[in-house]
Design a protein around this ligand. Structure first.
Ligand code: NAP
Length: 309
């Protein structure tokens, strides 16, 4: 058996604790050996203030997983790649499209793996939806992604700042699934961004897109939904109606639930990262981030009620 790839995790926040730590513990191909976080540490691992300290102090470290907010991740990734370490990026992979393109080139030049992850693509029913849509003629798509920002992002100021994406922080998950399951490419034709009077990023957004064969794709994102939360993608085709619910965990075909499964999203991401490192490859698909960037380019901005936690 080959030795596990040694990995350092950067940014010990919500997603690192909820998903990355338990998933790494179940991935024998990777060994978590260090943490870099300014305000957090784990009892049983070396802890560093930031990635620069970690890279300097851990010459044997082979890979890093960046779980920090998108703003600032570019500099962290550059430091790791220049130090010859493989890099896994949380979604969205960066604060702009071009910075991630630059990272992909840098990774190639330095002979390391860059993996831009899209965890929602690993949701249980996504591949089955993709398989069912592969030969279908898509007639219409409706994305409804509505959740309560106070519940899911309590106190996170970075989501409201430039580069934080606002409601597209969860919304990009829907777009990552959309771009995985549809047989055709999509592009936005119009968007509306509802921005709280005291914030920089939208609390709600609507996007109208079309597929390359002309089918309309409507997306509605809203962070003001209390009560039941909605993460649905409905695809009407010339045959069946495909409905992905709960962010891709459940598949309904013509109104009948056909699958549900346990959440293995981050376990699959880490298994894939280990495979990419072992085979000397990178995986960087920017299409979901490109769609969000286009929404900001095309978007009509409307100022809405100020947001307070
Ligand atoms: P978070 O709770 O704010 O954690 C991020 C951590 O990064 C912080 O605890 C902080 O740790 C560190 N950090 C470094 N620079 C920072 C800065 N300038 N501002 C704030 N924190 C900074 O965020 P998160 O929810 O884990 O999200 C991190 C990434 O994961 C985002 O890209 C997000 O889209 C993605 N993600 C989140 C979820 C979710 O449900 N929360 C789900 C999937 C993916 P120190 O202060 O100790 O340095």
């Amino acid at each position: 058996m080959t030795a596990p790839i040694t990995l350092g995790l950067v940014g010990l926040g919500t997603i690192a604790r909820n998903q990355h730590l338990p998933s790494l513990a179940e991935t024998p191909a990777l060994a978590l050996v260090a943490i870099a976080s300014r305000n957090a540490a784990l009892d049983d691992l070396p802890a560093y203030h930031d990635i620069h300290e970690m890279l300097a102090a851990e010459p044997g470290l082979q890979a890093v997983s960046l779980c920090t907010p998108p703003q600032g991740r570019f500099e962290q990734a550059v430091a790791a790649i220049r130090a010859g370490r493989h890099v896994m990026l949380e979604k969205p992979p960066g604060a702009s499209v071009s910075e991630v393109t630059a990272l992909a080139h840098l990774a190639q030049e330095n002979g390391v793996t860059l993996f831009a992850t899209w965890h929602s693509r690993e949701a249980a029913a996504v591949e089955e939806a993709r398989r069912r849509l592969a030969e279908a003629q898509v007639r219409r798509v409706q994305i409804t992604w509505k959740e309560d920002v106070r519940h899911w992002h309590p106190g996170q100021e970075w989501i409201w700042q430039p580069g934080g994406l606002g409601v597209f922080d969860p919304g990009i998950n829907a777009l990552s699934v959309l771009t995985r399951i549809l047989p055709d490419a999509v592009h936005p034709v119009a968007a509306t961004l509802e921005v709280p009077a005291n914030r920089q990023s939208p609390i709600a957004a609507q996007m109208d897109m079309v597929t390359s064969s002309g089918a309309p794709v409507r997306a509605e994102f809203d962070w003001r939904q209390t009560g039941p939360q909605t993460w649905d993608i409905l695809v009407e085709t010339d045959g069946s109606e495909i409905l992905l619910r709960l962010g891709g965990a459940e598949l309904h075909v013509d109104g009948v639930q056909v699958s549900t499964s346990v959440d293995l999203e981050y376990r699959r991401l880490y298994a894939r990262f280990a495979e990419l490192v072992a085979s000397g490859q990178s995986e960087v698909d920017l299409s979901p981030l490109q769609l969000v960037a286009d929404a900001f380019l095309l978007g009509e901005r409307r100022t809405v009620e100020a947001f307070h936690w």
